[in-house]
Design a protein around this ligand. Structure first.
Ligand SMILES: NC(=O)c1ccc[n+]([C@@H]2O[C@H](COP(=O)([O-])OP(=O)(O)OC[C@H]3O[C@@H](n4cnc5c(N)ncnc54)[C@H](OP(=O)(O)O)[C@@H]3O)[C@@H](O)[C@H]2O)c1
Length: 257
């Protein structure tokens, strides 16, 4: 059987770099995308026959289209697409700044949508096609400072759930991954330490093991979310609002009209 043709975004660092390394060493053909060229070049140089170097800014639809054209020329199709590129910029809700929201929406939700558009015809031409998105477990528990990141990941969840239903008749599988807390990101400033006890390599291994079964969801490190719950009971720990939705008192009785 020929090696799977995989497009992996966000392959220059963290989880994406770990996924790229694991996929290439397992024999897959991998198209590597991110803005930083050097880390991609270093990885691709070790697997010249199987790595495609396709850098670009995925928030620019033109870059994404060019990447798609290069993949079509090189391979003619894609078997797996892993949309891992993204960002999590922390918001200070007391000085709400929509430029952060805009940038995170562009990077996580809009760029993923550009990639889906370009990937669809290539997946249709692929073998046992599979679309995979890396989202976040923050959508299960609203954490402080993650307003932008959480909102875009909730958007991705809806997008991928809908695509899963719509593409099922064509045989395109869809999986969304909530990687919990991987030790590649800093904790939010002046808020709380994230339980970042999972390395990028372990997270990548876990994701790739689970992907073989093509589940709709891969959510792990959920225990780490549970670890955060008791913090919500502490008296005003640095403005912590974790768990507020679960602690909310009954809604006030509205005035009758
Ligand atoms: N670490 C966690 O605990 C955690 C938790 C939940 C979700 N996630 C998500 O999982 C994914 C990987 O996270 P990570 O921790 O490995 O983060 P990371 O080290 O910051 O990696 C993010 C990757 O996305 C790429 N990227 C960002 N903006 C891009 C753009 N405009 N165009 C192309 N590529 C872009 C970056 O490459 P360049 O900068 O070179 O472009 C980098 O390769 C992200 O989507 C992240 O939001 C992470």
């Amino acid at each position: 059987m020929s090696a799977r043709r995989i497009w992996l975004t966000g392959a220059s660092s963290g989880l994406g770099a770990a996924l790229a390394q694991a996929l290439l060493s397992s024999g897959a053909r991998v198209a590597l995308s991110a803005r930083s060229v050097e880390p991609l070049r270093a990885l691709a140089a070790r697997y010249p026959d199987r790595a495609l170097l396709l850098p670009g800014d995925l928030t620019r639809s033109q870059d994404v289209r060019q990447i798609g054209e290069r993949i079509a020329q090189a391979w003619g199709a894609l078997d797996t697409v892993i949309l891992n590129a993204g960002t999590c910029e922390y918001v200070d809700a007391r000085q709400f700044d929509t430029t952060i929201i805009e940038h995170v929406v562009r990077t996580n939700l809009l760029a993923s949508s550009y990639c889906v558009e370009v990937a669809l015809p290539l997946l249709r031409a692929g073998t046992s096609p599979h679309l995979v998105g890396i989202a976040s477990t923050v959508t299960y528990l609203a954490l402080p400072r993650t307003e932008a990141c959480g909102a875009t990941r909730a958007g991705m969840r809806y997008l991928f759930d809908s695509l899963e239903a719509e593409w099922a008749p064509e045989g395109i599988d869809v999986t969304l991954v909530g990687p919990g807390f991987v030790d590649t990101v800093p904790s939010p400033p002046n808020a709380f330490p994230l339980p970042l006890d999972l390395s990028a390599d372990s997270a990548a291994r876990h994701i790739l093991e689970k992907l073989a079964g093509r589940p709709r969801d891969i959510t792990f490190n959920t225990l780490a979310m549970a670890e955060l719950w008791p913090l919500s009971k502490q008296p005003n720990p640095a403005g912590l609002v974790i768990g507020k939705p679960m602690q909310r008192s009954p809604a006030p009785i509205k005035d009758s009209p």
